[in-house]
Write a protein that binds this ligand. Structure first.
Ligand code: G4P
Length: 532
């Protein structure tokens, strides 16, 4: 890959996230991407205070196991002349709204699938979130060194479950013990799989022409015939890769490999260099134009995640801001769209190389802004304070709990505590119109645990969070008379969120579908932009 890039700094940025169902291999792939790019070097370390840190990211797991240092939220590396910001999307037990919101800060994603399992439930949810902004998705089918589903079945699974056109860029030869490598369809070559020695650094795999005799050294006649048949099928029947359709989020190029055996990772890195988009203009209001242009002069960005210092004695927080335009410099004064001003004197920069803090950042980069609770998820920071970035949503909770106070006299305190945690983005808060009970919502169980502990530790309140009779929630909009009629029929299931927006609390996904069919004039939203 060429390492010369001429053009503005921002245009070198490629900011992306890896999405997957737990155990598909995201952590292993992340590690191998960083190793293959020769990039395991440290970005900033954020609030990672050993045992005190409650939510451990998957990357912390790499750090512990391998003794390498990676940042908690973003890892920067250079490859092929470009600068990549790989955003961490917490998975497993620390799956939360942060996972979803991180995707609002990414310009593209890699979707990792387990070759034996195909599309799994959480993959589906994450792709739905990518869809909100139609961000391009590149697919890596992992674990080919184990028995896999048929290749055509895997492609159909993507097509059927995710409604994405799956364009195979490669075709695997066997799987499990019989895995021999992949045919590179564009280059008409065979990429040979060799199991790496333990502890070896990832290397580029050997390639031989798909058509010549040399390939017979690697595959027996039956395997070769099967591979050629597969490759022909792919060319004749499967969609051909169309970069435009990928960029519009309708098509995904599909690669195969084994993260654990370090096979296919270089191809993936090269593919990112070739096709992944850089920062695009970001829709925004309040400024002199309708978008924030990555090449624009004014520094502006939005907060997509706030990480509280887990030490209850310190109320400081780190807000993660994705830059959308301008050239940020350390010490800059920025204003939020609600008029709060702050001097960003000690930003945590992930543009760092070899542990040195960089002094500037560009569109596509993420900086950590330490503050004392001033910044919230969804805030826009800019020099003028006029801009407001659109599209940092709240997501329909998948877990709802009713808050019950031990001491009913402390209802006011409870309201304040839950509101403040909701503003910080820890959990969402809904208040039932009938009875006034508070219901908190989250997309991951850990969010509820963290909130319960913080309500106790920081506000000294004894609260139990008991199961609510609802399973999910949808924001509802529509003409006044239709909404009134709907509320009238569902009095006990109507709540307001923290901004006063109307929410329908549903007993099941089935009830949501049923209501959608019965009330066609009402829109049921799975996501709501903050303070829209
Ligand atoms: P996640 O972050 O998506 O949850 O997945 P992670 O990388 O932690 O991988 C989950 C398990 O799958 C791990 O095994 C990992 O070693 C294994 N794995 C990942 N990629 C591959 C692959 O290409 N081939 C094979 N055969 N296995 C793979 P584990 O036993 O749960 O953990 P560990 O003890 O290996 O760390």
């Amino acid at each position: 890959m060429s390492s010369t890039f001429t053009g503005p700094e921002w245009a070198r940025r490629r900011t992306y996230a890896i999405i997957s169902h737990p155990d598909a291999g995201k952590t292993t792939l992340t590690e191998n991407i960083l190793l293959s790019a020769g990039a395991i070097r440290l970005a900033g370390q954020v609030a990672a205070r050993g045992e005190n840190r409650r939510t451990q990211s998957d990357w912390m797991k790499i750090e512990r196991e391998r003794g390498i240092s990676v940042s908690a939220s973003v890892m920067t590396y250079e490859y092929g002349g470009l600068l990549f910001n790989l955003l961490d999307t917490p998975g497993h037990e620390d799956f939360s709204e942060d996972t979803y919101r991180t995707l609002t800060a990414a310009d593209s994603a890699i979707m990792v699938l387990d070759a034996a399992k195909g599309v799994e439930p959480r993959t589906l949810k994450l792709v739905e979130v990518c869809r909100l902004r139609d961000i391009p998705i590149l697919t890596f089918i992992n674990k080919l060194d184990r028995e896999a589903m048929e290749t055509s079945e895997l492609l159909d699974d993507i097509q059927d479950k995710l409604a994405l056109d799956a364009a195979p860029m490669q075709w695997p030869a066997g799987s499990g013990q019989r895995f021999k490598g992949v045919a590179d369809l564009a280059r008409d070559e065979f990429v040979v799989y060799r199991r790496p020695a333990d502890g070896a650094m990832p290397e580029r795999s050997e390639r031989v022409p798909l058509g010549g005799d040399e390939i017979a050294r690697h595959l027996d006649p039956t395997e070769l015939a099967e591979l050629r048949e597969g490759a022909e099928l792919a060319r004749e029947v499967c969609p051909t890769f169309d970069p435009q359709s990928y960029r519009e989020g309708h098509m995904t190029p599909v690669y195969f490999g084994s993260a654990l055996r370090q096979f296919g990772v270089h191809q993936l890195l090269d593919a990112l260099v070739e096709v992944a988009p850089g920062p695009e203009p970001q829709p925004a209001t309040g400024g002199p134009a309708e978008t924030l242009d990555p090449g624009g002069k004014e520094v502006a960005g939005f907060v997509f995640k706030v990480q509280a210092n887990m030490d209850p004695n310190h109320r400081d927080r780190v807000a993660f801001m994705r830059l959308c335009s301008g050239q940020f410099k350390r010490g800059m004064k920025l204003k939020t769209d609600s008029g709060k001003q702050l001097t960003v004197s000690s930003p945590i920069m992930f543009f760092a190389q070899d542990r040195e803090l960089a002094d500037e950042a560009f569109a596509g980069d993420v900086i950590g802004v330490p503050n004392h609770g001033v910044l919230r998820v969804g805030d826009t920071l800019s020099e003028s304070g006029k801009w407001r970035v659109a599209g940092i949503p709240n997501f329909a909770p998948e877990m709802l709990r009713r808050a019950r106070l031990k001491d009913p006299l402390k209802a006011k305190h409870l309201k304040k505590a839950l509101e403040s945690l909701a503003e910080e983005g820890v959990t969402q808060l809904f208040r039932l119109q009938v009875g006034g009970d508070f219901v908190v919502g989250a997309v991951g169980a850990l969010q509820i645990d963290v909130m319960a502990e913080r309500v106790a530790a920081e506000y000294g309140l004894e609260v139990t969070f008991e199961p609510a009779p609802y399973d999910t929630a949808r924001w509802i909009t529509g003409a006044d008379d239709k909404i009134e009629a709907f509320i009238d029929r569902h009095k006990t299931a109507i709540a307001e969120d923290i901004d006063g927006a109307l929410v329908f609390m549903a007993k099941s996904a089935w009830e949501v579908n049923y209501s959608q069919e019965k009330w066609p004039d009402i829109e049921f939203h799975r996501a709501k932009e903050r303070r829209a």
